[in-house]
Design a protein around this ligand. Structure first.
Ligand SMILES: Nc1nc2c(ncn2[C@@H]2O[C@H](COP(=O)(O)OP(=O)(O)OP(=O)(O)O)[C@@H](O)[C@H]2O)c(=O)[nH]1
Ligand SMILES: [Mg+2]
Length: 196
């Protein structure tokens, strides 16, 4: 897929406020600070299409980016962005799962996981929810520049082991690093395959 145009469409608090325009969507989820907004900027060759930040919980609404006028990248707030308390977090998880499970236009969910960290408890909760619901998802490993490849491989193995408990097809892993551009073409290729 070649990105010829990209623009921000709107922000929404939940599925019912999502854009009226119905085109194939790729959802991008992951813990706060894992690199979701950065990924969108890299894929679109834009510096600040999506707002990325060192400060966690930068993205607080579901943000829709229209690509080539015929598909959407959907940037979600981090799973844990609502640090206000258990109830708010649980409510947000419900809102998110409602979107991911019910929105018919979603062609794939990219779940981003830190390459330099073992999968965290909340990542495992999300992976479990995805695996049990039977929706299509792909694992994108981010920040692989922050640890030796050996460590990244160990973390990937832990994810694979966790998912092997579920009756799902072998998950696809895409390895990325914002320091190395070359991976972007593999992610774009993957998206194209899922959309067509
Ligand atoms: N070293 C390194 N840093 C990265 C990489 N990807 C993102 N970052 C940095 O990680 C920080 C967080 O990135 P964001 O893209 O804002 O993360 P996010 O997942 O959108 O975070 P929220 O909006 O809070 O959910 C920023 O300082 C990025 O520059 C990467 O591959 N390598
Ligand atoms: Mg963000």
């Amino acid at each position: 897929m070649e990105v010829t145009s990209s623009r921000f469409l709107k922000s929404a608090a939940n599925r019912s406020h999502s854009p009226e325009m119905l085109v194939p969507e790729i959802a991008i989820i992951g813990r706060s600070n894992v690199g979701k907004s950065t990924l969108i900027n890299y894929l679109t060759w834009r510096k600040e299409l999506a707002k990325a930040s060192k400060v966690p919980w930068k993205t607080q609404l579901i943000n829709f980016f229209l690509i080539n006028e015929n598909r959407m990248l959907v940037d979600f707030p981090g799973y844990w962005y609502a640090k206000k308390g258990k109830d708010t977090r649980a409510e947000w998880m419900d809102t998110m799962q409602d979107y991911l499970m019910e929105k018919k236009q979603i062609k794939d969910i990219l779940i981003l996981l830190n390459g330099h960290l073992p999968p965290q408890k909340v990542d495992l909760i999300m992976l479990q929810a995805l695996a049990e619901s039977g929706v299509a998802f792909t694992i994108v490993i981010t920040k692989t520049d922050k640890a030796p490849m050996k460590e990244v491989s160990r973390n990937i193995k832990a994810i694979k082991k966790f998912l092997s408990e579920y009756d799902i097809a072998e998950p696809i892993f895409l390895i990325t690093s914002s320091l190395k551009r070359q991976w972007a073409k593999w992610v774009l290729q993957h998206i194209e395959k899922k959309i067509t």
